[in-house]
Design a protein around this ligand. Structure first.
Ligand code: A3P
Length: 323
C-alpha cells in the first residue's frame, strides 16, 4: 500500500516538475495545472489523486468553493440541514466539532491514506468538499450525477480574506510571505490558490446554467442578506426541503443561528481547538476572522478596488453575473 503511494507520489511529482511556476504567496512556488494555480507540490498531489480516485455516489453531495468564499459556513449549513432531526440544539455536533471535521476536504485524503467511501456500501449520503475547478472534476464525478453546491464571494473580500488566512496558517514550508501589494498583483494576474478566481467562478456558473438541477450556484453575500430564503433554496436543492411544519417550528432560524459567524466563532472548539482528519490536525481559529461583507474597504486602496472591479467586469463580460 505504502509502496503504491510512494510510486504514485513519484509519478505526480514528475508531472509537477514540468509545470509552469510562479512565486508563491507563502510557499516557494505555485504551479499551474490544467489552467489553475496551486500552492505547493503537496497540495497538487492531493488534487491529482482526487481527479483519479474520487467517485461520489449519486446521493452524495459535493460542496465546491474557491478558497475563502465561505466554505466553513456552508459546510456547517449543509451538515445542519442534512442531519436535522438527529440532534437538538444543546447536543449538536456543530457546537463541539469543527465543520472541517464533519465535512471532509477531499484534496487531503491522499496524504492521510484515507480511502474514499466505497460506493457499494450502504452508508448514508455524505457531503464532501473540494476546491477543484469545474473543468478538473473527473469523469466519475460527472457520471455520478451527484448534486454540486458552489459557493462564491465577491473577489475583493475573497482576496483580503485569502491574504490574511495565508499569513496566519501554519505552513509546512514556511517562507517570507508576499507583501499585501505583491499578493494583490498576483491575484490580479490570476496567480492565487485555485485561481484565476474568475475562471473558477465562471466554470461553475456556466455549469449551473446548463444543469440547474445538478449545480446550485450561491453567493456568500446573498446568504448573508437573505438568509432564510437562500437556506430554504439550499435545503430544497440538496433534497432535504423544509416542511411547513418545520418552518413553523422555527427550524430555519435555528440552523441559521447555530451556523452564524457570531455563534460559531465564539465556540471553544473554533477559538482554541484543532480539527483532526486522519493523523493530521489544524487550528480552527484561522477559518474565522471577521465574517463580514465589504471588509475590503478597510484594506484595499481606491485604486486597488477599481482595478479589481475593472478586471472582474472584463472577465464576467457577457455573463449575467455580478459582484
Ligand atoms: P473573512 O476573512 O472575510 O472574515 P472559507 O471558509 O472558505 O475558508 O472562508 C473563510 C471566510 O469565511 C472568512 O472570511 C471567515 O471569517 C468567514 N466565515 C467563517 N465562518 C463563517 C460563518 N459562520 N458565517 C459567515 N462567515 C464565516
Amino acid at each position: 500500500e505504502d509502496d503504491g503511494k510512494e510510486r504514485t507520489c513519484k509519478r505526480y511529482s514528475e508531472i509537477i516538475s514540468t509545470l509552469p511556476k510562479e512565486k508563491g504567496w507563502t510557499t516557494e512556488h505555485m504551479y499551474q495545472y490544467q489552467g489553475f494555480w496551486y500552492h505547493s507540490v503537496v497540495g497538487l498531489q492531493g488534487i491529482m489523486w482526487v481527479e483519479e480516485h474520487f467517485k461520489p455516489r449519486h446521493e452524495d453531495l459535493l460542496l465546491v468553493s474557491a478558497p475563502k468564499s465561505g466554505t466553513t459556513w456552508f459546510k456547517s449549513l449543509m451538515f445542519a440541514i442534512m442531519n436535522r432531526g438527529q440532534y437538538d440544539c444543546s447536543t449538536h455536533p456543530l457546537l463541539t466539532t469543527s465543520p472541517h471535521e464533519l465535512v471532509p476536504f477531499s484534496e487531503i485524503f491522499f496524504h492521510l491514506n484515507i480511502p474514499f467511501p466505497n460506493p457499494d456500501t450502504l452508508s448514508p449520503p455524505q457531503i464532501f468538499h473540494t476546491h477543484l475547478p469545474f473543468t478538473s472534476l473527473s469523469q466519475s464525478v460527472l457520471d455520478s450525477q451527484c448534486r454540486i453546491v458552489y459557493v462564491c464571494r465577491n473577489p475583493k473580500d475573497t482576496f483580503v480574506s485569502l491574504f490574511h488566512f495565508l499569513q496566519k496558517k501554519e505552513e509546512e514550508n514556511p517562507r517570507e510571505p508576499l507583501s499585501f501589494e505583491e499578493a494583490f498583483e498576483q491575484f490580479c494576474k490570476g496567480v492565487s490558490v485555485y485561481g484565476p478566481f474568475w475562471d473558477h467562478v465562471l466554470g461553475y456558473w456556466k455549469a449551473s446554467l446548463e444543469w440547474p438541477e445538478r449545480v446550485l450556484f450561491l453567493k456568500y453575500e446573498d446568504m448573508k442578506v437573505d438568509s432564510s430564503f437562500h437556506l430554504k433554496r439550499l435545503a430544497e436543492f440538496m433534497g432535504y426541503a423544509f416542511s411547513l411544519e418545520e418552518e413553523k417550528q422555527g427550524l430555519v432560524k435555528e440552523i441559521l443561528k447555530l451556523c452564524s459567524f457570531e455563534n460559531q466563532s465564539n465556540l471553544r472548539v473554533n477559538k482554541t481547538g484543532r480539527f483532526r482528519v486522519g493523523h493530521m490536525s489544524m487550528e480552527n481559529n484561522p477559518f474565522f476572522r471577521k465574517g463580514e461583507v465589504g471588509d475590503w474597504k478597510n484594506h484595499l486602496t481606491a485604486e486597488m478596488a477599481e482595478r479589481l472591479d475593472r478586471i472582474t467586469g472584463q472577465k464576467l463580460n457577457g455573463y449575467d453575473l455580478r459582484f
